[in-house]
Design a protein around this ligand. Structure first.
Ligand code: T1G
Length: 696
């Protein structure tokens, strides 16, 4: 018997205990152990089988690390059918998170019991696949078609209580899984309870599967797996037998398993966990952070304070005037009221967070005991250096002094203090209590334990923290500036901004660059362009239509007009006719003869610019690995998760083709389209960006 599954007899019950930490993934040893356990129980005269997991959880699913490798026997679907077919009574006792193949093993059992805190679900679509071990055939038989479709297409985890209500489990009992499982199995034996194979239950009711398919496809914004999963559930209702339904599920599962989107989503899954694992942090202890200070109570400062409060950290927020203090408190209360309304916090928690947990003051002396301060004041070096000078005076030795700057030089800010080793960049993304990305910007003198503290705080705030070196725009904004330029260049050369936005949303982004600019406020990027103008390389092409739009006072949604016109109350905007005039004027002034662009070329240029700049960011060491860039773009810029990130996407397309296109574009504009040395090196060596993620 493999040690992954321990076998024990307790009276008439054969107990199969999974012991495969950390999540009892259904790797090949676990599968072999379960099969051997069922066969042994049948041979040695047991009357019932109990399956449960030791440690943190019941099976949390198939072993995702096996994906893409040749599958090894026993395969999970067949194992589930084998469990279900045994003449013995099989009970599964669940705790932790019974997910994917884990819940499928439970559904192949005849009875299911769970502890109250157990959660379960079929999240396979989030990995680009679908429940492939009978889940699409068994879940609708116990929970009904509609409930099964909702769970499978969203992949959401449900509570034990909801599972009981849906008929997915039979019992909820307090106690250890082994004890409650044994008691339930004994009770069933005493009652002479029958086997109750879900696969032998009647087929679930049919619904308008085509309508559900279309709606799911639309909601997926380009992600295929949820919609394909609908067709698998449809087979449960329409196939001529349970076995035929299983066969159809397998066909669809294999189609998705072979898809690029499965590779993208698995890459995202593992990268989200790998991104905070940096060799330079091995063995480095972070400093304790039991309280935080925030300087500045504007949108960003209030958002950061809200995130800290929601993570259980008391906050001291400093503002300059009574009015600003009041306004800051109001913003924080407004953010927390949102959390209250969404049921994330109770009224009592709201009262505590806005009461004793929050101090809003004007005197820096109030910061004397905090462990970490984040400055979120106006993006001006002079202002920031003045703030850090005061922090140096008032904060206790060892306090971490962080700046939320989105592009200013953190070394220069650190130099305003006597303790540059305690200074770091913590670049939050607005709204800071919602967006998951946190760029942890390391300055030259930042101490390793301060970097470790930045990551520990990120984890505490449930952010995805990514290490960044110092350059203009760090990782995300620097790359965004590049692909936004590419978008403006195709517009200057003949495409319309609306074609670009349509193409980019068709790729899977929630918004295109021009609509995004309208949302963020065109004046913000306009200010950044004016800041960069004095040092701009004379070879750089500069589309003027953007500035002309701003010079006319059109800043986007905030002024009701930008690239789009936002009529009162209407969601989204309609094209602003003034924009076409400004583009034509710009083309005339720059001697540009506009030409047609296909959607494919618009997207290709947009993505090549993104990949090329990302390759420079990795090549220069600003980002430690390609996966770091992928995570920045996924969690800060709406990059479609099913592609895994721009550099995973590039690997999937083929780097040689991307480099060839960049070189072709360079013939028109050799300055903007300078190929990244790292990209050229990888193509020359026949390697992928992903090859740089391994073992780094
Ligand atoms: N396979 C392999 N490794 C896994 C894993 C899995 N299914 N789940 C987690 N890990 C690793 C993870 O990489 C990390 O490793 C460690 O365990 C702790 O994870 C046929 C085919 C279970 C809720 O999608 O949602 O079944 O970084 O940091 O926050 O239909 O992990 O320590 O080296 O996330 O406590 C379906 C995915 C698979 C569940 C725990 N199952 N996992 O969260 O810890 S497809 C899933 C999770 C399937 C069948 C199909 C979470 C968790 P390391 P963690 P956590």
């Amino acid at each position: 018997m493999s040690e992954a599954i321990a076998y024990e007899r307790v009276g008439d019950i054969a107990v199969l205990k999974a012991q495969n930490p950390p999540v009892n993934a259904l790797g090949v040893d676990v599968r072999k152990g379960l099969l051997a356990g069922i066969e042994r129980a049948e041979k040695d005269g047991a009357k019932a089988v109990l399956i449960y997991g030791e440690g943190k959880t019941y099976f949390a699913g198939a072993d995702i690390r096996e994906f893409g490798k040749p599958p090894q026997e026993p395969w999970l679907p067949g194992l589930c059918s084998r469990i279900e077919a045994t003449p013995l009574i099989v009970v599964s006792a669940m705790h932790g998170t019974a997910l994917g193949g884990g819940l499928e093993v439970a559904l192949a059992s005849h009875y299911r019991i769970a502890v109250p805190s157990a959660k379960m679900g079929l999240p396979e679509v989030n990995l680009g696949i679908l429940p492939g071990a009978g889940g699409t055939q068994r879940l609708p038989r116990v929970a009904g078609t509609e409930a099964a479709l909702e769970m499978i297409t969203t992949g959401r985890h449900i509570s034990a209580a909801e599972a009981l209500e849906k008929g997915i489990i039979d019992r909820i009992e307090d106690g250890a899984p082994r004890e409650i499982g044994l008691a339930y199995a004994q009770e069933l034996l005493a009652q002479g309870a029958p086997r109750r194979a879900v696969g032998e239950m009647p087929a679930p009711e049919a619904v308008d599967f085509d309508a559900v398919y279309e709606a799911t496809l639309k909601k997926g914004r380009g992600q295929l797996s949820p919609a394909v999963a609908v067709r698998a559930v449809q087979a449960a209702a329409e196939a001529e037998s349970f076995e035929a339904g299983l066969k159809r599920e397998r066909e669809l599962f294999m189609e998705l398993m072979d898809s690029d989107q499965r590779q993208g989503l698995i890459h995202a899954f593992f990268s989200e966990r790998a991104v905070s694992k940096l060799p330079e942090l091995d063995g480095v202890a972070s400093r304790d952070v039991a309280s935080m200070g925030v300087i500045g109570g504007g949108t960003m400062g209030a958002g950061i304070a809200t995130a800290a409060l929601l993570a259980g950290l008391p906050v001291v927020l400093i503002e300059m005037t009574d009015e600003a203090v009041t306004a800051a408190r109001g913003r924080i209360e407004g953010n927390l009221k949102g959390a209250l309304k969404r049921g994330k916090i109770s009224q009592a928690q709201y009262d505590q967070l806005t009461g004793e947990a929050l101090t809003v003051a004007m005197d820096y002396a109030a910061l004397s005991q905090v462990d970490l301060v984040v400055e979120a004041v106006f993006e001006d070096m002079g202002v920031k250096r003045e703030v850090f000078g005061k922090l140096d005076v008032h904060c206790k030795p060892g306090a971490v002094l962080a700046t939320n700057t989105s592009y200013l030089d953190v070394d220069e800010i650190a130099a305003a203090t006597s303790r540059p080793q305690d200074v770091i960049g913590l670049h939050f993304f607005s709204p800071a209590h919602v967006m998951k990305l946190l760029e942890v910007v390391v300055a030259e003198k930042t101490a390793p334990e301060v970097l470790a503290t930045g990551f520990a705080l990120g984890k505490r705030l449930k952010k995805v923290a990514v290490r960044s070196g110092i350059c203009d725009g760090f990782i995300g904004n620097r790359i965004m500036n590049a692909y936004r330029k590419a978008a403006e260049y195709v517009v200057l050369d003949g495409a319309s901004p609306y074609q670009v936005d349509k193409v980019v949303t068709g790729f899977g982004f929630p918004m295109g660059p021009f609509a995004m600019g309208d949302l963020a406020g065109l004046d913000i990027n306009w200010a950044a362009r004016k800041r960069r103008a004095p040092t701009r390389d004379p070879r750089e092409r500069v589309p003027r239509f953007y500035e002309m739009l701003c010079e006319g006072g059109d800043f986007g949604q905030k002024t009701g007009k930008g690239f789009y016109i936002y009529e009162d109350g209407r969601r989204g905007g309609v094209p602003n006719p003034k924009v076409a005039e400004l583009i034509a004027k710009d083309q005339e002034q720059q001697g540009v003869t506009p030409r047609e662009f296909s959607d494919a070329e618009v997207l290709r240029r947009y993505m090549c610019a993104m990949v090329n700049e990302a390759a420079k960011v990795v090549g220069e060491g600003i980002a430690r690995r390609p996966l770091d860039v992928d995570m920045v773009m996924l969690f800060g810029y709406g990059f479609p998760r099913f592609w895994g990130g721009p550099l995973k996407w590039a690997d999937l397309q083929g780097l040689d083709g991307i480099l060839a296109d960049i070189r072709a574009y360079a013939a028109e504009d050799g300055f903007f389209w300078q190929p990244a040395p790292l990209l050229e090196q990888l193509v020359a060596e026949g390697r992928t960006f992903d090859s740089l993620n391994k073992g780094s």
